[in-house]
Design a binder for this molecule. Sequence first.
Ligand code: URA
Length: 243
Amino acid sequence: MRLAKYLARAGVSSRRRAEELIFEGRVSVNDVQVDQPQLQITEEDKVTVDNKVVSGIEDKVYILLNKPPGYISTAKDTHNRPTVIELVNMQAARLYPVGRLDADTSGVLLLTNDGELANRLMHPRYAVEKVYHTWVYGLPRPETLEKLKKGPLIEGEKRTPARIKILKKDPQNNIALLEITLTEGKKRQVKKLCQAIGHPVKKLIRYSFAGLNAGNLKEGSHRHLQSEEIEYLYALVKLESQS
Ligand code: URA
């Protein structure tokens, strides 16, 4: 990022004023006075103004949201639908959802401005577990579930096997509650899998992501992750902890 922008982002001044500060010789990078607002700065650089260190541009934020249905999980929507970002109402940090849940899906969604952690949590190499609880139409037979376990073909592609359990059967209403654990994160994957075995999804909840579940969080509420939880996520995707 350009030095002037860095100073502005860190809240030192406006970008224009930051350029003036640089031209006035009041800004140093790694203890060397600089005179170029366009100088590229990385997180490792030490930037000072009047010999005072400018602290990081943005504190890292890690939020666990219990997403209600009716919100889309992108940072912005072209159709002006409500987004999960609006739910946490934190203008200060530029948060992004880690992966996506369909608008009508509820449950655990992580939001963060830590791009490196988010990318790894979504990368297939780390096979992060996502556990879904889904009500499906019909009462699946054991042999049908076996098909799902093996990973049926979806749109011509073989899917990684899923772990699956029946949690409840409701013969009166002809529906069943399944627990499906996936390590892939393909679009509408649970719905497609259930459709493929003839048991369409009625309701879908993400029970946990990377081992984190909503606990006592009500739908629509969120909490900040604790430092041990952040460290655990770092270890899970083999990132070196920042602390
Ligand atoms: N699978 C789906 O079909 N939808 C989701 O929102 C998440 C997983």
